[in-house]
Design a binder for this molecule. Sequence first.
Ligand SMILES: C[S@@+](CC[C@H](N)C(=O)[O-])C[C@H]1O[C@@H](n2cnc3c(N)ncnc32)[C@H](O)[C@@H]1O
Length: 274
Amino acid sequence: MPSLRQTLKAILPEALHPAITGAYEIIGDIALLTLPDALLPYQALIGATLLTIDTRLRVVAHRLPISGEFRIGGLEIIAGEPPLATIHKENGLRFRVDVERVYFSARLAAERLRLAQLCQQGEQTLVVGSGVAPLPLTLAAHGAAATVVGVEKNADAHALAVENCRLNRGHGHKVTPVNADFHALTPADLGLFDRVVIAMPETALTALSHCLQFVSLGGFLHLYIFQDENRPLPARDMDTILAAAGCQALSIAAVRCGHCGRARYRYRLDCRLG
Ligand SMILES: C[S@@+](CC[C@H](N)C(=O)[O-])C[C@H]1O[C@@H](n2cnc3c(N)ncnc32)[C@H](O)[C@@H]1O
């Protein structure tokens, strides 16, 4: 398959070549790309070109920045036919996704698998900000977790999570999707967990103080955060929040697990509570 970048270089004016990145994300049969302003007058041509060279695709959409509590970005179809809903396959699982209504990133597939490999036999796990349940289902299918509870506030994402548990027979029965704002929940509602994952990088440190109460003694906590390359990781902030809640960390480690903009990275902070 010829690359989008090379194909566009052959058809767009030379002055625009520095603006061509050729990068796009595939979710099911949908391609999402972010076009710089200079390329917007050519968006229909770029979309049609991508549909021609990548025959897995049905529709191409230009992505506007992600925003808001539910982390959804505006989308504009530039080639092909709606809907912007599809079935996405990853790690042997199938997820129904509506990219206009829910957050979903295909780029996190390898990280979901890496986290699943950390789970130990028979664990009770909680995922806070679980979306359409890609992480709960990956932990259930590829990890040793006995049960996974996924808490998600976006009702559309929750409805798809319930459907995805049905779609993935053999694993879905281990997952319980809960449609709620995590702030409204306590251990009296959900119980305690051997492992808690906070999958909301924009607000992870503020969510931490509330979510600590769900981790059992000796349990594990994983926190996804975004951080600029030249800034120190907030391990000390995490320590301070833990101390304020009367908790102690036996260990805190940071793992870089993704790139999310110029010199900005996604990290996973792994912590064991003592
Ligand atoms: C970055 S997305 C991650 C979704 C999912 N873990 C995934 O990887 O596809 C963060 C999720 O947290 C959800 N969320 C935001 N605030 C929440 C809250 N207060 N309670 C529960 N979920 C929340 C959003 O709707 C969104 O689906």
